[in-house]
Design a protein around this ligand. Sequence first.
Ligand code: PLP
Length: 452
Amino acid sequence: MTSPDRPQQPTDLPVTAAAAAAARTTGRAGNPTERFATRTGGMTASEIRALFAVASRPEVVSLAGGMPNLAALPLQSLSGEVAELVAQDGLTALQYGSAQGVPELREQICDVMAEEGVEGDPNDVVVTVGSQMALDLLTRIFVDPGDVVIAEGPSYVGALGSFAAYQARVVHVAMDEHGLVPELLTDALRSLAAQGITPKFLYTIPNFHNPAGVTLSIERRPRILDICREYGVMVVEDNPYGLLGFSGEVYPSLRSYDSDVIYLGSFSKTFASGLRVGWALVPPLVRDRLVLAAESATLCPPSFTQMLVSRYLAHHDWRSQVKTFTENYRERRDAMLAALETYLPEGCSWNVPDGGFFVWLTVPEGVDTKAMLPRAVTARVAYASGTGFYADGFGSRQLRLSFCYPTPERITEGVRRLAAVLEAELDVVRTFGTSARSELGRGPQSPSPDTN
Ligand SMILES: Cc1ncc(COP(=O)(O)O)c(C=O)c1O
């Protein structure tokens, strides 16, 4: 009911005129979508999610998702750990815990990072609900709307989603087969400095990049850090795939050269993604603010999953489990590379990843990978088109293929189907000069298990 002598809301509340008019005429709160915060306008669902109903049918080979292949996990002994955890430590595991994370796990996390040469202090580790949450929190505490963040081009879709959610401006710097190109990073920072802009941070994935599959060479690592130091730019190193190298070589992390680097890690790819346990190793000056942000997001990370990970690390040969995962992924990578070589039409090019989950493919000129996606799904193969991995609409000639989840046979079949779709697209290009362009919006999309 409206009352003539009582205003419905103070005039300084950010309610749109249309919503207020709707409330007056209907006597109800109006359309809630008109009340979304402006910053949420940058959030869009992933393309593949829009096609999910079709893409998730069993007959479709999905080369789109970044889901780890968990079949090699020792489920029997893990179920014993779960039972023991409840029986022996249930009252702690089922209770709220520290906002920073379980102390014992933070110590073990330092042992895991030591594999990559990192000397971390457990006091500087903040456990998060997957490293995705660490990304979100770091962006929350560092980025004001309009601030610049530097990221490789292409970059991880979930990071771009967080940057968009906090209204960062992303400046991409290109990679080559040795990773981020130092000269191009210098050019970008010099040009920003000339405009009086210091980026808030460089966000980089040095190992087995998602989506590009490349690894930053050893020679470039100190150079990238020197350049950032020269321009006063903080470095955020996101490293979920670092231990998943196919040659057995473990690269020293950027954090191992410089304790000011913020390091993000995760158990999603080396153990189990569904447990949602990741972390950030941060300089002490950042830690307290990050913990406060974490507290306001979740109060504390789940005690149960942290304690399960802790038991797993203590009681299982996790290094040999990682080796088993990597052998599995290498076999799948080989199947994908062989199929690409056999089936893809001329004019396509791709990289040879030495670890991780992804191959990055460039298709011939005229083909638009985003426009092609519905036709690929109709032909029973799905991929992630390149545009989702750029904040600026680039990437329509690229796509990401993941080899982590399907069997080698399914990968071969998926690539064979993709090749047929590409051939058909190229026929159209030869006739009309270009394949149909996508009408869908470009730019970052929200992360999801089907395209992360
Ligand atoms: C580069 C990168 N960073 C972060 C994440 C998020 O991982 P999680 O939140 O599962 O730890 C992913 C997941 O695919 C990723 O590829």
